[in-house]
Design a protein around this ligand. Structure first.
Ligand SMILES: [Mn+2]
Length: 476
């Protein structure tokens, strides 16, 4: 949706509670404010005992209704594509017929909050080569409750598999007033405002990108590297419904991976290698023709990606280092008392760790067992050898809980372990130690006891230098 005008409504705390209690909700984007009517409503009934599903009335398929309704708003023009073009090319179509000085892109499942636009326009008025993004608040897909994201204002970033990530605003970039706009390396999705002329000078979006995905990296890299900048604006707030699953099919022959590779090959220079190291399957994907993209980059005299990393995303490698720092310990983890090894059986989130007979060298890659782990630079323990860790971490919740695999959050906390000189695996937040019983092969947390052999664990390989650094607290 490309818009120049939008109805807005403030969501107060009272309304928030109302949203979570009431059964029916107006679709406010279509609300007729004058008559106080809703254009569409979605009704969510609380699940009565014995009934299987919530009842949901979808808004009618829009077509003629949309035209009839929008005829009341002379400023709104409806532009239709002839065939399915996907988000990226459809946005470009909207932008190509827009006449205003500033383009604002929002998803259709957004609700702009009160006074969302002036703080964005203000930034662009000061510097027409700035792209600005509102704070994206969360509208719950179940009950339309409205709240800020966890951590609220953060910088946009990415990891080296090109997943979008959020990182804290470093103190160097924090203004005296928390409502001051701040620089962001990458926009979250596609919610932004841009001077129309500047957008087209930048080449709009790459039309070789299919349907959805990667375009937020493209526009972000491009604006920074080609003489512009990008700011997040805390005073501008737009609610966004985060869905649980993708409710449509993507046409065959298109893939997110291909889009990402296309963006990486155009903009990321030698840094693409870090992505291929983690995603070797990307090496063989075809990106399609990149000639016009590379010409654009040359024509605009854009800086290189190294400049971008050093100047714009300089704080990113602290959270997502392109080269993983060496781990402190890896290989099998053998219990001193029983001589048995920790085994996660290729489990995922929720799997309890157990003891099992240690596998012989060379017999490691069996489907039934998984006994190779890495105690890495984030000071968490993950299945896999240092070059191929899985994204599950040893996780404990108390001094007597079992130890399970859980999705790694990389933020230490309940996944933070210390491998101490006495061979104990110490869990900092619970002040407990990893223990086990060979009889029933359980592994669990316990009060630390330096005398107990069941609490001593022997890693197959240890890098003493790195481990000393962990234990001296130098890395945290
Ligand atoms: Mn969206």
């Amino acid at each position: 949706m490309v818009i120049t005008a939008q109805t807005t409504s403030e969501v107060s705390r009272e309304e928030e509670q109302w949203y979570s209690r009431k059964t029916c909700v107006c679709l406010k984007n279509y609300q007729n404010l004058e008559q106080g009517k809703c254009f569409s409503t979605i009704c969510l009934n609380d699940r009565p005992p014995g009934k299987e599903k919530n009842e949901i009335f979808h808004p009618e398929h829009l077509k003629a209704h949309l035209e009839e309704y929008m005829s009341r708003f002379p400023k709104v023009r409806i532009v239709r594509t002839k065939k399915r073009e996907g988000l990226i090319r459809t946005r470009l179509l909207g932008a190509s017929v827009a006449r205003g000085e500033v383009l604002t892109f929002l998803d259709s499942h957004c609700e702009a909050n009160i006074n969302w636009l002036p703080p964005l326009l203000d930034q662009i008025a000061q510097n027409p080569k700035t792209i600005v993004c509102p704070m994206i608040d969360v509208i719950d897909h179940n009950h339309f409750g409205y709240e800020a994201q966890a951590g609220d204002a953060m910088r946009g970033a990415f990891d080296w598999e090109m997943y979008y990530k959020r990182i804290p605003i470093p103190s160097e970039l924090q203004g005296s007033d928390p409502s001051d706009p701040y620089e962001s390396p990458v926009m979250a999705g596609g919610l932004f405002a841009v001077n129309r002329q500047w957008f087209w000078e930048l080449g709009g979006y790459d039309t070789g990108l299919e349907i959805w995905g990667g375009e937020q990296f493209e526009i972000s890299f491009k604006v920074w590297m080609c003489g512009g900048s990008m700011y997040d604006v805390p005073c501008s707030r737009v609610g966004h419904i985060y869905r649980k699953y993708v409710p449509y099919k993507v046409p065959s022959g298109t893939s997110l991976a291909r889009n990402l590779k296309r963006v990486a090959e155009t903009w990321m220079d030698e840094y693409t290698e870090y992505i291929y190291q983690r995603r070797p399957e990307y090496r063989h994907l075809s990106t399609g023709d990149l000639t016009s993209q590379k010409e654009l980059r040359k024509h605009l005299k854009c800086k290189d990606f190294k400049w971008y990393m050093n100047t714009v995303a300089w704080d990113l490698p602290k959270y997502y280092p392109p080269v993983e720092p060496p781990p402190a310990a890896w290989g099998e983890i053998r219990n001193a008392a029983s001589g048995l090894c920790i085994d996660s059986k290729h489990g995922s989130t929720g799997t309890e760790l157990r003891l099992d007979a240690c596998l012989k060298e060379g017999a490691e890659r069996t489907w039934a067992h998984e006994q190779i782990f890495t105690f890495g630079w984030r000071e968490d323990i993950r299945p896999g050898d240092p070059l191929h860790t899985r994204k599950f971490c040893f996780d404990a919740i108390s001094q007597n809980s079992p130890i399970t695999l859980y999705d790694c959050h990389g933020m230490k906390g309940n996944q933070h372990w210390s491998y101490r000189k006495d061979k104990s695996l110490y869990h900092l937040v619970s002040n407990g130690c990893m223990d086990c019983s060979s009889g029933d092969k359980r592994i669990f947390m316990n009060k630390c006891d330096p005398e107990s052999e069941t609490q001593q664990w022997i890693f197959q390989k240890v890098n003493a230098t790195v481990l000393d650094k962990f234990n001296s607290g130098a890395s945290s």
